[in-house]
Design a protein around this ligand. Structure first.
Ligand code: CUA
Length: 215
């Protein structure tokens, strides 16, 4: 649901097609080895074939490496963000700060599905969701207080480590309204699996409304 994730999917498909072509070629050659009777008792070297089967894989790898580098630098680009969200990893919950707006700050804990009486998403729902406006550039600042965590939201193409003593930066652009889930993805201790991330993407007007009414 973000332009970055679209690009990542395109790159995955592109690489997978190259991988399938290689697998088919090599598979065909290996199967053929079993069914031919070619014998050459005096074969010691073949300069030309060595040259060919060195150059061809090199060119193939360039076709993967160049789009990969393009994507890598594209994901790092920050284009005039509208708001900044600071996300701090703790053992074992996230803390969020909206420093642009009156220093809104809150903890975000997972909801216990079994003990909660409202219907929610098991192991993914949190008590305080991140509210963000859709169709806007958002800067994310990520850090941690105790051990390394990782702020990861697959559907938005975001995965960035939260290191103590270091401030990492990434950015978000959400295409549509909805609820998007993420989980910590650095093994950070006993409750590593229980510090989910939940983003509620809403219209800009409703976002301003939420900011104004936050108490
Ligand atoms: Cu925090 Cu794993």
């Amino acid at each position: 649901v973000s332009p970055f994730m679209e690009q990542i999917i395109f790159f995955h498909d592109h690489t997978l097609i190259i991988l399938i072509m290689i697998t088919i070629l090599v598979g065909y050659l290996m199967i053929n080895l079993f069914f031919n009777k070619y014998i050459n008792r005096f074969l010691l070297e073949g300069q030309m074939i060595e040259l060919i089967w060195t150059i061809i894989p090199t060119i193939t790898l360039i076709f993967i490496a160049l789009p990969s580098l393009r994507l890598l630098y594209l994901l790092d680009e920050l284009n005039n963000p509208l708001i900044t969200l600071k996300s701090i990893g703790h053992q074992w919950y996230w803390n969020y700060e909206y420093s642009d707006f009156n220093n809104i700050e809150f903890d975000s804990y997972m909801i216990n599905y079994e003990k909660s009486n409202i219907n929610n998403f098991r192991l993914l729902d949190v008590d305080n969701r991140i509210i963000l406006p859709m169709n806007n550039q958002i800067r994310i600042m990520v850090t941690a207080t105790d051990v390394i965590h990782s702020w990861t939201i697959p559907s938005l193409g975001v995965k960035i480590d939260a290191n103590p003593g270091r401030l990492n930066q990434t950015n978000l652009f959400i295409n549509r309204p909805g609820i998007f889930f993420g989980q910590c993805s650095e093994i950070c201790g006993a409750n590593h699996s229980f510090m989910p991330i939940m983003i509620e993407s809403i219209s800009f007007k409703n976002f301003i409304n939420w900011i104004n009414n936050y108490s």
